[in-house]
Design a protein. Structure first.
Length: 135
């Protein structure tokens, strides 16, 4: 299997982070996209997208990288589980082209075996950052 993206020590060209939260019982979802050029926070409710764009400074992008290391994202381990249909999905993907994407998720058919606190730590940090910046 291909090796997942290594976490760089600094924000590199072509790097991006995505967050997704959705599924479950409600017809709504949240998508966050973070890159050096542009970022967006998209809240979908009842089929309608509310898109807010924002930009992170070089310093803020550096802080994001630091947090990925603080929360030991590379050490988080997920495993497939029996499907729980109404469980919401939380997914974090880190893309450092041309390496394969590193995606971590917990949801209907996946759970976190190791590093759950770290996953929700980085998840909540990034989601709060996106919400604060897109106000």
């Amino acid at each position: 299997s291909k090796k997942e993206a290594d976490l760089p020590k600094a924000w590199v060209k072509g790097m991006a982070i995505t967050l997704y939260e959705g599924g479950g019982m409600n017809y709504e979802s949240t998508n966050v996209y973070i890159s050096a050029d542009s970022c967006k926070y998209v809240k979908m409710e009842e089929g309608k997208d509310d898109i807010k764009r924002f930009v992170l400074s070089t310093k803020e992008l550096g802080e994001v990288i630091e947090k990925l290391h603080t929360f030991n994202v590379e050490g988080i381990v997920t495993l497939p589980t029996e499907v729980v249909n109404d469980k919401e999905t939380n997914r974090l993907c880190i893309m450092v082209k041309p390496q394969p994407d590193r995606c971590i998720e917990t949801g209907a058919s996946t759970s976190i075996k190791k590093g759950g606190e770290d996953f929700f730590g980085i998840w909540n940090y990034l989601m709060k950052l996106a919400i604060d910046k897109s106000k």
